[in-house]
Design a protein around this ligand. Structure first.
Ligand code: ADP
Ligand code: ZN
Length: 720
């Protein structure tokens, strides 16, 4: 009797046993379709001994329905799924779903029908169809995706299809990608780069687990250097995964990659169209895909023949997933490399303290690029003390920064102003009654976006039109914008220097690959004098004419008492400072602050990285924080405040009494209301040796909660 155990892609179900019908080829890792009651489920054949479940007698087993057309998941990947579920205290099914999230990529034909405007214009169009038609200019996607783009129902688009305004296009998801070539454009490496490349190339050839921390200052050639490791993997016919923290960054990277390898890499992120997703998935699983550049979700794909992983800007906070399975892609990348038996490169100019500690302990091999390529100097950095050098009222740029901006404009050089705050103003209030506009779904203020004329919540996405009168006291024209966002800073620059060409770079304005490419081209050609941007502009770009960087408010990230606030501030400011003076002309960085004596600001101004890391290491040691101790969080939420609080209290009441794990709380979580859910949190601070995951599992396992309550676990949380 041939029976198998399945890991079913549904976290509510445990492992299930099935019979393999005669003639069906099934091995461990096969992705199969199985009957479940009247429905069908997708499952992965798993080793029975690794997936305990109750055994159903042979005669009661139902037969599998079929094997899906995807290669069986390799043992290396199955072990990664198990490790991730275990480490992050998440259901195996939730991780398995990330592997074949693109479930759609598995089933059905290799051809998908997309639609685009046909160019035809019917005699009569309803206003709604007319608007939809205008929104779809230049788009081609499935009906469902087009409906999302146009913001209308699929019915409206079916109407347009019937009227001949849309036409179908068959897209073959098996068509090959243009091949990348390792020797297309080879750089001349300097001796430091050569030494690093030699090590990396040897590691790619050795095809054994080897974690590297590539620690190089901004502009030292980290990308150039790991590019040579990629070239070696290509020569050996092995696949490469490059993880990037932000998709907005990708455009500059893709361009550079195409210059070096003669073809663009394959992209993977959550916003792909279904045809792109299916095509990429198939190529990755078959081994045809050579180099994949992706967001953190690309980490779980079933590569046929992975030979190298690169995590660029490895310190970035966005590698940490904030909800669902709260994993850190940087750590999972190292584990994947370990299971696959391949090298992994964590590249950063400002490594996370945890990564440096791993290097110190000899777990990671540290590779250094201490100087900028081509003799470019690191920029001169100084602070502007806002308590001494005050900007005029309702302005945010202090006199020294204004003078520096004017100086660069006169010389025809470029400047960049950084403020990590989207929109025009973070708070709007009524000058008569003091009413403040707050999100009804979140404990957060609504941010004014003047370009789009909206008040928006940056947590739940709620958007409303600003009213003309105060909703509280009904006074007309009484709303005041408080504080600056980047839009307001751009206005201020335009007022100070009316002739300057200003580019506003935020996820609101640069929100597509085309716009990103356009921005890069303009900035490179010198068509922009001042770039005003959020963290989108802090990394990845290389604009040779950029000689001044102004940090509008360095204190912003330090507020709130977050454990990692100092580290994040250091990384962000050092990154954005790294945009200055990358070409022949020297760069200058002005950091506006009200706390120039703050250790992290002082270290930045002194250009003393070691001073910062030393101080931060001591602070972490005192707090029992990573890398010395471990933090974890249990987050309880419900739409009903009392229900959430009660559940959190019940968890708190059954807390384990252990010497090496201290439990703090429950207390309202930092965002105590988020997307309409009330949130409470218990924090665990554990010794490094404690297996905090087992503690949490044993603790939560016997507890049951009302169906409206969600209990999430966050191992190594980022925001406190
Ligand atoms: P990082 O990733 O460390 O910030 P990059 O790889 O972006 O550094 O290099 C900075 C700049 O120097 C880029 O324009 C890059 O093309 C150039 N560069 C670095 N190394 C070389 C090299 N060996 N030959 C030519 N150009 C190089
Ligand atoms: Zn909200």
């Amino acid at each position: 009797m041939n029976r198998v155990r399945l890991l079913v892609l549904n976290a509510a179900l445990g492992p299930l046993d099935y019979r393999v019908p005669a003639g069906m080829e099934v091995v461990a890792g096969s992705v199969v379709l199985a009957p479940l009651g009247p429905r069908q489920v997708v499952g992965i054949v798993w080793e029975e001994e690794r997936l305990p479940g109750t055994s159903v007698p042979d005669e009661r087993l139902r037969p599998l329905l079929g094997v899906l057309p995807v290669p069986p998941l390799k043992a290396e990947l199955r072990r990664l799924i198990e490790w991730t579920a275990d480490y992050y205290v998440a259901p195996l099914a939730a991780i398995a779903r990330m592997v074949i999230a693109s479930g759609g990529a598995l089933r059905g034909p290799s051809t998908i029908t997309e639609y685009r405007l046909s160019g035809g214009l019917p005699e009569r169009l309803t206003a709604q169809r007319q608007a939809a038609m205008e929104a779809l200019e230049g788009e081609q996607a499935t009906i469902r995706e087009l409906a999302g783009i146009a913001g209308v129902s699929e019915g409206v688009l079916r109407g347009l299809l019937n009227q001949g305004v849309l036409e179908p296009v068959e897209v073959d998801c098996d068509r090959p990608y243009p091949p990348a070539r390792p020797d297309f454009a080879v750089p001349n490496l300097n001796p430091e780069q050569r030494a690093v490349v030699d090590e990396l190339v040897a590691a790619v050839r050795a095809a054994a687990y080897a974690p590297f921390l590539l620690d190089g200052v901004t502009g030292s050639g980290k990308t150039e250097v790991y590019g040579e490791a990629i070239a070696e993997a290509l020569r050996l016919g092995r696949q490469v995964l490059v993880l990037l923290p932000e998709i907005a960054l990708t455009e500059a990277f893709l361009k550079r990659f195409a210059d070096r390898f003669g073809a663009a890499p394959i992209l993977w992120h959550s916003a792909l169209k279904s045809t792109e997703r299916r095509r990429a998935f198939r190529a990755i699983a078959s081994g045809e895909a050579q180099v994949v550049v992706g967001a953190r979700s690309a980490l779980f794909l079933p590569y046929a023949n992975l030979g190298l992983i690169v995590v660029d800007e490895a310190h970035e906070v966005s590698f940490k997933q904030g909800d669902g399975v709260r994993y850190n892609a940087r750590d999972v990348a190292v584990m994947r490399a370990r299971f696959e038996g391949i090298p992994v490169v964590l590249a950063s100019a400002t490594p996370a303290l945890e990564s440096l500690a791993m290097a110190d302990q000899g777990v990671y091999r540290k590779l250094d690029l201490p100087a900028r390529f081509g003799g470019a100097q690191m920029p001169a950095i100084r602070t502007v003390d806002l308590t001494q050098e005050k900007p005029p009222s309702q302005h945010w740029l202090a006199p020294p920064l204004v003078a520096a901006l004017k100086d660069r404009l006169a010389k025809g050089e470029q400047s960049l102003l950084f403020l990590n705050r989207r929109g025009y103003a973070p708070l709007t209030l009524c000058r008569h009654c003091g009413y403040r506009f707050k999100c009804p779904n979140c404990s957060a203020w609504l941010v004014e976006h003047r370009l789009s004329q909206r008040l928006a919540c940056h947590h739940c996405g709620l958007e409303t039109r600003p009213p003309s009168a105060c909703p509280e006291c009904h006074e007309e024209d009484c709303l005041v914008a408080c504080g600056p966002g980047v839009e307001r800073i751009a206005d201020e620059v335009a007022a100070i220097m009316p002739d300057a060409r200003v580019a506003l770079v935020t996820s609101d304005t640069v929100n597509s690959p085309d716009k990103a490419a356009q921005f890069i081209a303009e900035a490179e050609s010198g068509a922009i004098d001042v770039i005003v941007g959020t963290q989108l502009v802090t990394k990845g770009f290389h604009f040779p004419e950029l000689t001044l960087v102004g940090v509008v408010d360095a204190d912003l990230g330090l507020e709130g008492g977050d454990l990692r606030a100092a580290e994040r501030t250091y990384q962000q400011v050092a990154q954005v400072a790294g945009r200055a003076g990358r070409g022949a002309k020297p760069g200058e960085v002005l950091i506006q602050t009200r706390h120039p004596q703050e250790p992290v600001i002082a270290a930045l101004a002194a250009g003393d990285r070691d001073a910062f890391y030393t101080a931060e290491t001591e602070a972490r040691r005192d707090a029992g924080a990573p890398p010395f101790g471990r933090w974890a969080a249990i987050i309880v939420s419900s739409e009903d405040d009392a229900e959430a609080r009660e559940a959190a209290n019940r968890i708190g009441a059954t807390r384990p009494m252990l010497a090496d794990v201290q439990v703090i709380g429950p207390a309202p979580a930092p965002l105590s209301l988020l997307r309409g859910r009330y949130r409470y949190r218990l924090l665990l601070n554990a010794r490094r040796s404690a297996k905090v995951q087992d503690v949490i599992r044993d603790w939560l396992e016997p507890l049951t909660f009302p169906s409206g309550v969600r209990v999430g676990v966050d191992i190594d949380p980022y925001s406190f």
